[in-house]
Write a protein that binds this ligand. Structure first.
Ligand code: FAD
Length: 286
């Protein structure tokens, strides 16, 4: 059976809070395995992440709060994890993170975790969390090559993570090759594809370039034409459903959607995939 999870970012205004609440309510009937809440770049939005995670958490909804090593001591970082645990949050997406814009490469805080493996080890030692980590089908821009990237992913899993969620990608074959390479490297933990329905084509082009995610030429061609005709949404649902379907043909049964706190495209793709909708999916969203 196909299962989904949804990624949200913490709202920074009242209006954005309402939008997140509405998005979570629209998507809740798909009974996500969990929903995740990101941690702001450069370690910002620490309290906003906690607040949003607490608000989304409910009897029918498991929340995974993200946590990065950026701009904080080890004690401060572990305090955030403790706060999550105090709120009843049992799932963490543990990341190294990126420094704030314009600050170049990641430099650890003098008293902070030097990398994601150290963070994962420390979180695993608490015994309080299910830990998920990031993975990169198109190779992380800082990796020497794909083999080195996959070796590092194996170290993250061996340090105590139970699942990897990938960066978004547009060519299903990239994910499938990556999954095979991970298996060949001895990674047995599930690798769940990160799926980005294309809502804002120009924004996605910029984001993909920053992440080193290639966009196949036929996709560029189609979206440039659709943008001109104001028909991007239809194309986005068709393209995203086709991507997921190809992955399902190869046995993928879990998808992690980057919702950008907007429900429509993700909902339409879930429907196109034939996911059942449980009318009482979410009882409480504060
Ligand atoms: P790592 O995997 O630890 O490092 C990135 C790459 O650098 C590795 O793949 C490896 O090739 C190389 N590398 C790093 N350290 C070493 C080392 N010591 N030795 C050898 N190679 C090394 N960012 C946020 O700020 N907030 C979020 O909430 C957030 N959520 C995300 C969720 C997902 C699912 C993903 C995929 C990414 C997310 N990001 C988030 C972005 C992420 O912080 C950046 O991609 C960051 O550059 C890498 O973080 P990581 O934990 O994946 O890094």
């Amino acid at each position: 059976m196909t299962q989904v999870s949804f990624e949200y970012f913490p709202p920074q205004s009242i209006e954005a809070s309402f939008r997140l609440r509405d998005t979570a309510q629209v998507l809740a009937p798909f009974a996500p395995r969990f929903v995740s809440v990101t941690y702001g770049a450069g370690g910002t939005t620490r309290t906003l992440t906690r607040d949003a995670a607490r608000a989304l958490q409910g009897p029918n909804q498991r929340v995974a709060a993200h946590l990065t090593c950026v701009g904080a001591t080890r004690d401060e970082t572990l305090q955030v994890a403790d706060d999550y645990a105090a709120d009843g949050i049992t799932d963490i997406v543990a990341l190294r993170g990126d420094p704030p814009k314009g600050q170049g490469a990641f430099t650890p805080h003098p008293d902070g975790f030097t990398d994601s493996v150290e963070l994962i080890e420390a979180l695993a030692k608490t015994g309080k969390f299910t830990i998920r980590v990031g993975a990169y089908p198109n190779t992380h821009p800082e990796a020497a090559n794909q083999a080195a990237d996959i070796d590092w992913l194996k170290r993250k899993i061996d340090a105590g993570a139970s699942e990897a969620l990938t960066q978004f990608f547009f060519d299903p074959e990239d994910f499938l090759r990556f999954r095979d390479a991970c298996a060949a490297a001895g990674i047995t933990a599930p690798i769940t594809p990160g799926i980005l329905p294309i809502e804002n084509w120009n924004g996605v082009k910029r984001f993909a370039a920053a992440c080193g995610t290639p966009i196949p030429p036929q996709l560029i061609n189609a979206f440039e034409k659709a943008s001109r005709d104001g028909r991007c949404d239809l194309l986005a649902v068709a393209q995203c459903s086709a991507l997921c379907d190809r992955l399902r043909d190869e046995g993928v049964d879990r998808f992690h959607f980057y919702t950008m706190n907007r429900p429509d495209l993700t909902r339409d793709v879930c429907r196109a995939l034939g996911l059942p909708e449980h009318r009482h999916g979410l009882q409480r969203v504060a």
